[in-house]
Design a protein around this ligand. Structure first.
Ligand SMILES: *Cc1c(COP(=O)(O)O)cnc(C)c1O
Length: 397
């Protein structure tokens, strides 16, 4: 194989520079919670991509589904029906509030579909001037133009203006601010159940139920972006299950096919019905290949009671992080739900991410000062303890 130095030089030469802050390693192989780089170094993967490979790398049921699909039928267009797509939609509906599913290829596309559906529904059900989406500051909804406009962080938007008209932002976890922002022009409220990229921000228990009440009173739709929180990550299959309410529309992506690109938008039938024939679509959305992999993933998540595992291991990891935090004044707060965990620091997080990697542990950041841990949901106690040991060692005393 090509030596690492040459690979990194070619990467700097041939890629668009938008990933210019990449870590200087090239990952070549994975197994469960571990990955290896091109120099043979082993890492514990506590990012799981970015909360993607929830069943770990090369899970046998996922690998089996990939091999079978590759040898059977990779692609057909949405001009025809295909069985895995139908089975996946049915399984998603049977295990959620939803009655209808649309498949795309990413989180951003799932959110685009949700935004388009909310607009179409509001125009059809109410009036032509009802199209606004109210989203929250510090949110993350993806990089396509409408999803980027919904994203409440200027750093992602800068330079790409003009953005899409019809979006407003209010502070997250501020019900009063949302009540002031929602009016007769509001088609939908769009929020994450927990803000992932924005800092692992967990709202008060009353926030999502409050948004539900507000939507019911005004006729606005409630869209929950569960691209990061969905499929067991927070210790329930969907994060909204912690709250006692259900959305009108939910978006999924990251972990849904354990690393094969997929996005999904789920909705109640009454709402989905406005997406009549020809109004939306995707060339690659929901191919037999990706949907059979997602079907294997979701089946494993359900049969192996992965959400319960995430809840249990999340408690273990968070207890351990709180212990570590007591020994290091740089730790300001430890928060999370299931295995979506944030460690807020008093200082910049990026040197710590680098130090962890150099010590053999891959972790993520969320914003400037939050260390984010999103290990595979199949992680074991011994692996958590090893990660805690490394974090304890690299934190400033
Ligand atoms: C990652 C993420 C997205 C965007 O997903 P892509 O697949 O990168 O388009 C959207 N919303 C949330 C909450 C995310 O975490």
């Amino acid at each position: 194989m090509m030596d690492t130095k040459t690979l990194l030089e070619w990467s700097a030469t041939y890629h668009t520079p938008n990933y210019g802050a990449r870590a200087p390693i090239c990952l070549v192989r994975g197994d469960g919670v571990r990955v290896w780089d091109s120099d043979g170094r082993e890492y514990l993967d506590f990012g799981a991509g970015i909360a993607v490979t929830s069943l770990g790398h090369c899970h046998p049921r996922v690998t089996g589904a990939i091999q079978e699909a590759a040898a059977t039928l990779l692609h057909v267009s949405n001009l025809y029906h295909s069985a895995p797509q139908i089975h996946l939609a049915k399984l998603l509906c049977e295990h959620s509030f939803a009655e209808r599913v649309f498949f795309g290829n990413s989180g951003a596309e799932a959110n685009e579909a949700a935004i388009k559906l909310a607009r179409k529904y509001a125009k059809t059900r109410w009036s032509d001037d009802r199209y606004e989406i109210v989203a929250t500051r510090d949110s993350f909804h993806g990089r396509t133009l409408a999803a980027l406009t919904a994203t409440g962080q200027e750093k992602y938007q800068h330079g790409f203006e003009p953005l899409v008209p019809g979006f407003k932002h209010v502070p997250y976890n501020d019900l009063k601010a949302m009540e002031r922002a929602v009016d007769g022009r509001t088609a939908a409220i769009l929020v994450e159940c927990i803000q992932g990229e924005g800092g692992v921000n967990i709202p008060d228990d009353g926030y999502l139920p409050g948004l539900r009440t507000l939507c019911d009173a005004t006729g606005a739709l409630l869209i929950l972006d569960e691209v990061q929180t969905g499929v067991g990550r927070t210790g329930r299959l969907w994060a909204y299950e912690h709250t006692g309410i259900a959305p009108d529309i939910m978006t999924l992506a990251k972990a849904l096919a354990n690393g094969v690109p997929i996005g999904a938008m789920l909705a109640r039938n009454e709402i989905a019905s406005v997406l009549t024939a020809g109004t939306h679509g995707s060339t690659f959305g929901g191919t037999p290949f990706v949907t059979s992999v997602a079907l294997a993933t979701l089946t494993a998540v359900l049969e192996e009671k992965i959400p319960d595992r995430a809840a249990r291991m999340g408690r273990h990891l968070m207890d351990g992080l709180r212990d570590v935090g007591r020994r290091h004044p740089a730790v300001r707060d430890v928060r999370g739900r299931g295995l979506l965990i944030g460690v807020e620091l008093t200082q910049a997080v990026s040197p710590l991410v680098d130090a962890c990697r150099e010590a053999g542990l891959l972790v993520l950041s969320a914003g400037e000062k939050v260390l984010r841990l999103t290990p595979p949901l199949v992680v074991g106690e011994a692996e958590c303890d090893r990660a805690l040991e490394i974090i304890d060692r690299v934190l400033p005393p």
